[in-house]
Design a protein around this ligand. Sequence first.
Ligand code: FE2
Length: 214
Amino acid sequence: MTWRSIPEELLLKVNQILVDLKSYDEATLQHCLRVSYLSRFLADAAGMTSDEILQAQFAGLLHDIGKMKIPIEVLNKPGKLTDEEYHLVKRHSIFSAELLEPLVEDSFFRDIQLLVLHHHERVDGLGYPFNLQGEEIPYISRLILIVDTVDAMTHKRAYRKGLPLSVVYQELEKFAGTQFDAELVAIFIEAHKKLMDSNQVNAAIPLAARIKAA
Ligand SMILES: [Fe+2]
């Protein structure tokens, strides 16, 4: 399966979601595009099948679309969130899944919906929304949590600088086995170091080029 085998009308729906996200919060769209690229990269490095790699690419692309349902002043609040705001922000993975409802008659997007729903579950069971543990969490959801965290740490925001990669790798290792799938962390670090050395990081964000919103 390739993205070309996804029905055109469904790709148009995905595109519309991304156009909406771009107009709501461009930074979240850009984050989703980077996470999509890096999810595909890690899925490939982990030896997944081409179908799973495509799932990782789309789940990465769509994982945070639910942030459109979070008031913009909460989403972009530079300081600490109140308990109530944090509770709302934590609902974004449910909102992402809900926004995919119009696509789920298609089995590919039904899988994506599930992957997106669980992208903040942690292997130690302390994630959200359902406190799933270890292998209860879909493998690609565990993958996205790693990539999502890497992007959040490396990408600078208005109110803080991005962290150096050495620190990012240390953080991943520190939380391997609690937040993160330990095996996927090891695969990510090894493959990502090679990617950085190969100097091809900016070569392409394959899907981004095809999204009219980008
Ligand atoms: Fe998220």
